[in-house]
Design a protein around this ligand. Sequence first.
Ligand SMILES: *Cc1c(COP(=O)(O)O)cnc(C)c1O
Length: 796
Amino acid sequence: MFKSQAIFQNAYKKKFSEIAGKKYEDGTAWEQYQTLVMLIMEQIKLNWNQTNCNNAVNKKKQVYYFSMEFLIGKLLPYYLTNLGIGEVVQKGLKVLGIDLDILIDQEKDAGLGNGGLGRLAACFLDSMAFMGIPGHGNGIRYQFGLFEQKIVNGFQVEAQEEWLKEGYPWEIKKPEKSVIIKYFGNVDTVNNNGKLTFIHENYESVLAVPYDVPIVSYDSNENINTLRLWCAEPPADRQDYEPSCHQSAISHVLYPDDFSQSGKQLRLEQEYFFVAAGLSSIIQHFKKHNNSIFDLPNKVAVHINDTHPALCVPELMRILIDEEGIDWEDAWDITVNTISYTNHTIMPEALEKWQLHLVRYLLPRISMIIEEIDKRFKQDISSKNLANSELMRNTAIIWDDEIRMANLAVIGSHSVNGVSKLHSEILKNNVQPEFNTIYPHKYNNKTNGISHRRFLMEANPGLAELITQAIGEGWKKNSFELNNLVAYKEDSSFLTRLSEVKFRNKCRLQEYLFKTQGIKINPNAIFDVQVKRIHAYKRQLLNTLKIMDIYNLIKDHSHFTDVQHVFIFGGKAAPGYHYAKTIIKLINALAQKINKDQDLNDQLKVVFVENFNVSIAELIYPAADISEQISTASREASGTGNMKFMFNGAVTLGTPDGANVEIRNKVGDENIEIFGLTSDEVINYYRLGGYNALNEYENNPRLKIVIDQLVNGFFPDIEKEYQIIYNSLLEENDQFFVLKDFNPYIEGFNKLSLHFKKTESWQKTCLTNIAKAGYFSSDRSIKEYNQDIWRVDNTR
Ligand SMILES: *Cc1c(COP(=O)(O)O)cnc(C)c1O
């Protein structure tokens, strides 16, 4: 593809005049961007069709990754990297007087996810393609993403995220592959000579139309996978209906995962929508190329990312029984052997439940099947003498007239994995011990990973170049080769260049923040960064209280350091999550107070970066010195932000939670700062009904001051808006152990700040973090998924 710069330039000029009907010099940036996209898509399509043909001919097993979210970010830089044409294109455009960065700016981030879960799915797509696994994404083409976040007077304001407004040039609509999805109505059970058949009548149909996005592999254009996103339209015979009608509303907007929006009928409609559409197209494709439906588990793996696609279990049963005429027992074997499940949370309030009556009303045949699965499961455990009342209560799919999706997913799949070692242990020992007794063989761990090609190669070209100069290019394909950097630990010129790269990345972020938010920060300061969704368990509050404490000490003249600190926050709060939105306001109020205080001599700055998304993340991770990973132990299943920081040489300040534990094991205690309660301690406290938060408050004078400052007029505040935070700590007894971890956190932070001043030692720690990050590439995660769960013959 574009073997030389000249070939590219000629192709580009020709394509431009073809589509815009004028010379490229006169084009707008959007037209110039469109031209580049079309050129790339033309090349991709050649191999894409070929991949599909090869897959059909070779009858290879296919993996389908079902996820409600794919947070893919911009695709232009991704294709340039993975097709290996970044340099040719950039230089070629430059000769034509076109700046590639301006073209990249034309693309909007596809807003198809909330945060970590959706980004994981995107990283997995990249790694499946790279590992030579025919692995495809199946999701929803939301017309509007989560929302665009603006900060107005310190408050989060949500605007519609119109990522599709100018069209999305990387997708191809496939109307001929549309599928009808049926909702509502009733089921007529007919007895045909002793065999029951089920006829779904009086239903309302919705047309699911697929849009395919190509997923290319780094360094091999041969295997091109597909991300299939489904869009809802009124069915063909109903197109005269109002466009606002219920049918097309299904793929209208992504729901925020605020852990408490459960029960929304439209959300359930969305879940069934992409499950039914995806499975229907999979089965059609399978039957075209295979003879026996009994062969399904050998040719198809359906992986469900969290419980949102757990309706795959009853829907596959429905297809096998009602459409393929298979009896229950066989259908069950096929279903269980085809489906595998990843659990993402142990927080009880986050476990998905649906009212039985809602499912009966919306999906009458599906609810029948779920009830039958539930009944048979209960019979089965009773017959094996496993049943006791506790086990029955904890494992039931249907309980208190609710359907528990996690239990459905565990019972209906052959593999259940957590996303870090710690999380997998907690899942099997503390959350689902009964299932672990019944199905010990199902449980396994797959520690998350991230695409080091996106978050290091692409996001941090300076560091990528430095690494390549030192150890060659092999690390791009085999992230474990980063370990060869250990040899440079005593090489002071290398360490200096490493900190020069970091400095330039900090300047890049400084420029961005000045341009977009008018804020001035000093790139020589320590950049202490916490960017992620705003959530009580992630404890942005703990970080905020820390900064208030430092502020108080400086004002009190009892504290002075010659290192300056810039505290950077970013992240969206779910629109209905009042507490999280108050935290955002608090951070901004603190920023206001600190940033304009002349006494501080610029020792402190606080910045809240607006609208944290993948593109902004790619600017922030490479610029960080300290990576804040301070969740209440046991609550963060893995985290992936922690890994992105690590690849970019930031040092983790974190709790012993999720993958932080594994990061510590890789880098050693001297290259990370882990503090606070352990997950066992937290779980024990929960069992005992909590700890005495008031005690911490009363016996810690500095802590008492900052907590009082939430409500005593320290912040200009007529509405007592931070009272709910104050109450959460004292009246509600601090469910997330913020006060309990305050002192150890301050200590850990001070240690890192002192360490930062010992420049060479700090650089070594950064280097060690990069060198040991290889394990956290999603290439490694996907390799394990394939070896243990999907078992596809792959090429790498
Ligand atoms: C990686 C990532 C996340 C997840 O961050 P955590 O720190 O693991 O919660 C969220 N949002 C975006 C845009 C990301 O890139």
